[in-house]
Design a protein. Structure first.
Length: 461
């Protein structure tokens, strides 16, 4: 019975192991064989400098690595590193760049336990990117200096023998110079042989990288003189200074007018130290100006009542005379920094004279800085007399002097000694009789009003 039990247990263990082996084999993967994944994945299109990373499921025996395929000879042979376990990652990088073509990379290796990787075959298409160029000054710039270089920087090494260029800038340039920035021969500098011509200019160029990828560059500029090009041009009086466009020139630079000089003094064509500096531009030399930074204070300025020596000569508020404004009953006195101080004029001051004989003069009241309102004489008051005995002058309520005639027939004297019986008529003094007939004899009239005509009058001979 015991023998039967042992046989049964052995049978069960063997059956279990057989089932496990059968299960693993049915998946096609021996239980200890390493596996691998690649990045980029097989069949991808990659650029000519891309690295390929293979990650294994186990630590690998690096001595067993075998790389074949078209990419193997262009690679660095691979570099091992650790991701999860030691030596589980292989990075394959081109020696310089992959050739543009359809490629294969075949990897064979064993893990550290001697288990062999199923051959990993990777297929890639290598397509190198086109070169990219950055330009200084930027294409389309309208302020390129006459001596400014054009700098073209590529993002990779270029085949200098493939350069072909044309355009007005190329014609005036030095043929271009290659140099290194980030990569060998990645920068082309075009410099004027002497100076660029001002105005519209062009530069066209093509070049290829080391794998034959070509790039075309077409540039347009406007070249203009400037105040920072290190050349005397425009209307500059010296290099980059003077004239209407640039800043003023320093001492000893060439000038034409005072405005060309920072010292504001041009002497015989040269900027010199100004013998009469005028910092505040008030027309007075600083050495003569008692306030060289204040344009309102200078010799000859009008002295004001402000507690300041405005004219730099007479002293603070000197030569100022108090004054009055009778029309507003106001007197003004200078108080220095406080300015003019006003006060009321005395009551003896006329602030508004009588305009006519019907108007009354107004006087200040001694306490108010204002003239009282205008007043008139009482209506009917006699006003200016013109000496005519046949009229009477009197004021009306509006202040006008009215002329009125005296009663008709009122006796008057016309001032003629040869007339008698003068009387007023319509405001005029008239007479109908003369003193005698002398000189009037024979006119048939009783001229002297004595009832006798011509020769009947004793006045006539």
């Amino acid at each position: 019975m015991k023998l039967f039990r042992n046989f049964s247990l052995s049978f069960l263990i063997l059956s279990s192991l057989t089932g496990l082996i059968s299960c693993n084999e049915s998946n096609g993967v021996p239980p200890s064989e390493p596996t691998a994944t690649a990045s980029p994945a097989s069949t991808a299109t990659i650029n000519n400098t891309a690295s390929i990373t293979i990650t294994f499921s186990d630590s690998m025996d690096t001595a067993t690595l075998l790389l074949t395929g078209t990419m193997a000879g262009e690679s660095d042979g691979g570099v091992w590193s650790t991701t999860t376990t030691a030596d589980d990652t292989l990075t394959v990088t081109p020696n310089s760049s992959w050739s543009e073509a359809d490629h294969t990379l075949i990897i064979d290796a064993d893990d550290v336990d001697g288990d062999t990787l199923a051959t990993l075959t990777l297929n890639y298409t290598v397509d190198a990117p086109l070169p990219v160029a950055s330009i200084l000054p930027a294409n389309g710039s309208t302020d390129v200096a006459v001596n400014e270089s054009i700098i073209i920087t590529f993002n990779e090494t270029m085949d200098t023998s493939t350069l072909a260029a044309s355009g007005s800038l190329w014609t005036e340039g030095d043929g271009g110079t290659w140099s290194t920035s980030a990569y060998s021969d990645d920068t082309l500098t075009v410099t004027p042989s002497s100076l660029w011509s001002e105005g519209a200019q062009t530069l066209d160029a093509t070049a290829s990288d080391m794998v034959g990828n070509s790039v075309a560059i077409n540039l347009s500029y406007t070249v203009a003189a400037s105040c920072s090009d290190g050349i005397q041009n425009q209307d500059e009086t010296d290099v980059d200074c003077g004239g209407s466009s640039c800043t003023s020139c320093a001492i000893n630079n060439t000038c034409i007018t005072n405005n060309d000089c920072s010292s504001n003094f041009c002497n015989s064509g040269t900027c010199i130290v100004n013998p009469c500096p005028d910092a505040d531009n008030d027309g007075s030399c600083d050495q003569d100006d008692c306030a060289p930074d204040d344009p309102t204070i200078y010799p000859g300025a009008i002295e004001l009542c402000n507690g300041i020596d405005d004219d730099c000569i007479s002293g603070v508020d000197n030569n100022l005379v108090d004054y009055t404004d009778p029309a507003n009953c106001t007197a003004y006195t200078c108080s220095g920094a406080g300015g003019w101080v006003s006060s009321a004029l005395s009551s003896a001051v006329i602030c508004r004279a009588a305009a006519t004989s019907c108007d009354i003069a107004e006087y200040c009241d001694g306490s108010t800085v204002a003239c009282p309102g205008d007043a008139l004489v009482t209506a009917g008051t006699l006003c200016a007399d013109d000496g005519n005995a046949c009229t009477v002058h009197s004021c009306d309520a509006s202040g006008s002097c009215l002329v009125n005639n005296v009663a008709e027939g009122t006796s008057c004297d016309d001032g003629d000694a040869n007339t008698i019986n003068d009387y007023c008529s319509s405001g005029e003094c008239i007479s109908l009789c003369t003193a005698n007939e002398v000189g009037l004899c024979g006119d048939g009239l009783d001229n002297d009003c004595d009832g006798l005509v011509d020769l009947d009058d004793t006045d006539c001979p």
